[in-house]
Design a protein around this ligand. Structure first.
Ligand code: ZN
Length: 137
């Protein structure tokens, strides 16, 4: 898949405001954006560290995937996102190699990106997201 870099690390939190407080007051990072992604029923806060972001995810609904994750495993690391080019082609290739995909075609994620998830069953237990910056699409 040749990822260019780690685009972001997704962290599931129960309460966005209190999590933002930790990242700002203790780590000294600045939250530069808060966005609601209706499709995934989450509110997302972004902190940039070099090329990589920390993405805090707060569920907005009890039946969202992130809410179910927190219920099962508690708060914490949720997924790892790689920046890729030509995301459709990368998904296609992975699918043909027998990798189990959650998203066979990319969908719209937060922060102007096209995203797709790969099932942890095929990745040694890590939920991996591929993402590509939309350029005027
Ligand atoms: Zn993500």
């Amino acid at each position: 898949m040749n990822p260019a870099h780690i685009e972001h690390i997704g962290i599931a939190v129960r309460n966005l405001e209190s999590a933002i407080g930790f990242y700002e007051r203790i780590l000294g990072l600045k939250c530069h954006k808060i966005e609601e992604v209706a499709d995934q029923k989450v509110r997302v806060a972004f902190f940039r560290i070099g090329q990589t972001s920390v993405e805090l995810l707060e569920p907005t609904d009890n039946d969202s995937p992130v809410a179910r994750f927190i219920e099962k495993r508690g708060e914490g690391m949720h997924h790892l996102a790689f920046a890729v080019e030509d995301i459709e082609k990368k998904l296609d290739e992975a699918g043909r190699k027998g990798i189990r995909l959650i998203d066979k075609v990319p969908r719209r994620g937060a922060d102007g990106k096209d995203i797709a998830f790969i099932h942890p069953e095929s990745t040694g237990g890590v939920l991996i997201e591929l993402c590509e910056k939309r350029n005027g699409k």
